[in-house]
Write a protein that binds this ligand. Structure first.
Ligand SMILES: [Zn+2]
Length: 294
């Protein structure tokens, strides 16, 4: 095998991707698409977020403030394109059920699906309709949804082609598919890439969540995501809508997730991010969502 080549096919165009930046990240020039080949271990409980230091009912709660804001914006946007109410929504990778809570408060009928058994139980204990398992096998094949949503989930799914094929089957003819994910054209991604190429791997590893039980295996931007969805005749009708991915609230806790960070490193990252934060308001945003229709 040529050092610069891999036998990994691009999930969008199927051409061979090139190994870039480090041994486990790959890039397709034609699609401007990034992939990582990292091991997933969805039911690992070794992560800090599942450690005894945290209350199970508060799992990843320190990310909530930014998520609540983003979920409300997304639900407003979805409602604008739909006359029917309430909407039947499928939340794929619902985690502990924050999106379900907000959507239910608006009167929608929401089903969550979550492969991690602890997360699924946390959500089910709140009284939400949650299936512990994987999409599409765990969903009865006769159900149709008005909205299928992925909130910070799509970038973790190895076989996105299989998942999109099934989204088409489970989506009503007038339904909407919503994908909310990190942006490979975002400032943090570009910055981390430059640092990694200079040998500073920390931010690159953090962006791909190498230390998490479910790392990111894809990085899309709006163009590469549209190209992928086009294969399933799903058209972007909202455009790419930038959302805030970085919030200073809960930052100190977020930095503790990577157990390889000792206190001085954590403090250095904290100060660095606080100083960098005003710039993120004017530079290209690090996350976006798009709404697709048949
Ligand atoms: Zn490609």
């Amino acid at each position: 095998m040529n050092k610069e080549q891999s036998d990994k096919p691009c999930p969008i165009c199927s051409n061979t991707m090139r190994n870039r930046v480090c041994s486990w990240t790959f890039y397709c020039d034609a699609c401007d698409y990034w992939a990582a080949f990292l091991e997933l271990n969805i039911n690992s409980q070794d992560d800090y977020i599942f450690s005894e230091k945290r209350d199970d009912t508060e799992v990843i709660s320190f990310l909530d403030s930014i998520r609540i804001k983003n979920f409300n914006k997304i639900l407003d946007k979805i409602a604008m394109g739909q006359v029917k109410k309430p909407l039947r929504i499928l939340d794929i990778g619902c985690a502990s059920g924050l999106f379900i809570k907000i959507a239910k408060e608006r009167g929608h009928i929401v089903t969550g699906i979550e492969p991690n058994s602890i997360m699924a139980k946390v959500a089910a204990d709140k009284g939400f309709n949650v299936i512990n398992g994987y999409f599409p096998v765990a969903i009865p094949p006769t159900i149709k949804f008005d909205v299928i949503i992925f909130n910070d989930v799509f970038e973790h799914i190895p076989d996105v082609n299989d998942v999109l094929h099934h989204c088409n089957i489970f989506l009503n003819d007038t339904g909407a598919l919503v994908i909310n994910l990190p942006n490979s054209s975002g400032t943090l991604f570009r910055l981390a890439k430059i640092l990694a190429m200079a040998g500073v791997m920390g931010p690159w590893r953090r962006l791909w969540q190498v230390m998490f039980y479910t790392p990111h295996v894809h990085y899309f931007n709006s163009n590469s995501l549209d190209s992928l969805l086009k294969k399933y005749n799903l058209k972007n009708y909202s455009g790419a809508i930038a959302i805030e991915a970085l919030n200073l609230t809960g930052l100190w806790d977020r930095l503790a997730i990577d157990k390889s960070n000792n206190t001085p490193t954590r403090l250095m990252l904290f100060v660095g991010i606080v100083l960098f934060y005003p710039l993120t308001k004017i530079l290209e945003k690090d996350a976006f969502y798009s709404i697709y229709k048949k």
